[in-house]
Design a protein around this ligand. Structure first.
Ligand code: SF4
Length: 318
């Protein structure tokens, strides 16, 4: 049984050592269509959980071997917040982690439980998944346990984002013909305007899914990114379906595109033809475009926007 895995390198979080809080089998309150794990009935509590002492023993051994990691990631074959001793485990990790950060990856549903809400406040970084906000699409794509109401989850996510002092990331995974409609994107956009987070990663199905669903292209993700309010820190996290489809942009179009949606150099390499990339370099040299670091990634933005948009997000009414 492998409790600890990695280290794995991630551009977003650095070098990470993972802890699997459901190492024996899948235990999840969702049964997502796109899950990398085989389909399984949903549960709201684990029927088999490892003792904290066993996890800490495995972690201590791994930390001796991999001293220079940046992050300890709490995840699972399923939903890590279903682990019943999570609060005790996080305290135990905090006592030994030194300068390393703790990160938990959760599907957000258990944030409606006050004790789990409080436990997650202790993590240095939290990544919340939020795939859909209409009940019908949420139920189709995430196939949640019948006790879960997406409207309660939405309220808990907004509240958590305003109580939490660590780094909060939101992840949305788009599935072809399910949550990539203008109506669903509008609902996500409206809610995310009330969420205080470092970054919103949008991606698609990159690995073999549990059910026969398909992802969308990089260009479609880019189109979706532009449907969100320009003040939101959207980042296209998935390039698996990226195809070379480079277009011509005038200097004005480059400035307008970056005004609506900051892009990384990787995005630019996929979207801009050679002449447009040279034009972008000239705009950087003439300081009309600036690079900023947002949650560990470098984005290109029009210089005139610096300091303006982030403030907009934080002053939106709840
Ligand atoms: S929440 Fe994660 S582990 Fe659970 S079914 Fe969905 S993708 Fe799989």
């Amino acid at each position: 049984m492998n409790i600890i895995f990695g280290p794995v390198n991630s551009r977003r979080f650095g070098t990470s050592l993972g802890i699997d809080l459901s190492a024996t089998h899948k235990q999840c309150n969702f049964d997502c269509l796109y899950c990398e794990l085989a389909p399984a009935p949903t549960v709201t509590r684990q029927d088999h959980s490892l003792p904290v002492s066993q996890i800490m023993e495995a972690l201590s051994t791994a930390l001796k071997e991999h001293e220079s990691i940046d992050v300890i990631t709490l995840t699972a074959n399923g939903e890590p917040t279903l682990y019943p001793y999570l609060d005790t485990l996080i305290d135990a990790i905090d006592a030994v982690k030194g300068t390393k950060q703790t990160l938990i990856l959760t599907n957000s549903a258990t944030l409606t439980d006050a004790s789990i809400f409080q436990t997650l406040l202790k993590c240095d970084c939290v990544k919340l998944s939020l795939d859909a906000l209409s009940s019908s699409v949420f139920e189709k794509i995430d196939r949640p346990h019948q006790s879960i109401d997406i409207l309660h989850v939405k309220d808990a996510v907004i509240e958590f984002s305003h109580c939490y002092t660590g780094k909060l990331y939101i992840e949305i995974l788009f599935v072809h013909t399910l949550n990539d409609t203008p109506e669903e994107i509008a609902l996500l956009n409206e809610t995310l305007l009330h969420v205080n987070c470092e970054r919103i990663d949008i991606g698609t199905v990159d690995r073999p899914p549990a059910y026969p669903v398909s992802g969308i292209s990089y260009q479609e993700l880019h189109h979706i990114a532009r449907q969100f309010d320009a003040s939101l820190p959207i980042h296209i996290a998935s390039r698996h379906h990226a195809q070379t489809c480079r277009s011509h942009y005038s200097s004005e179009e480059i400035l307008n595109t970056l005004d609506k949606r900051p892009l990384t150099h990787d995005d630019v390499a996929l979207l801009f033809d050679t002449a447009s990339q040279e034009r972008l370099q000239q705009l950087i040299q003439s300081r009309q475009i600036t690079e900023i670091t947002r949650a560990g990634l470098r984005f290109l933005v029009p210089s005139k926007n610096l300091g303006r948009k982030r403030q907009n997000i934080l002053t939106k009414p709840k």
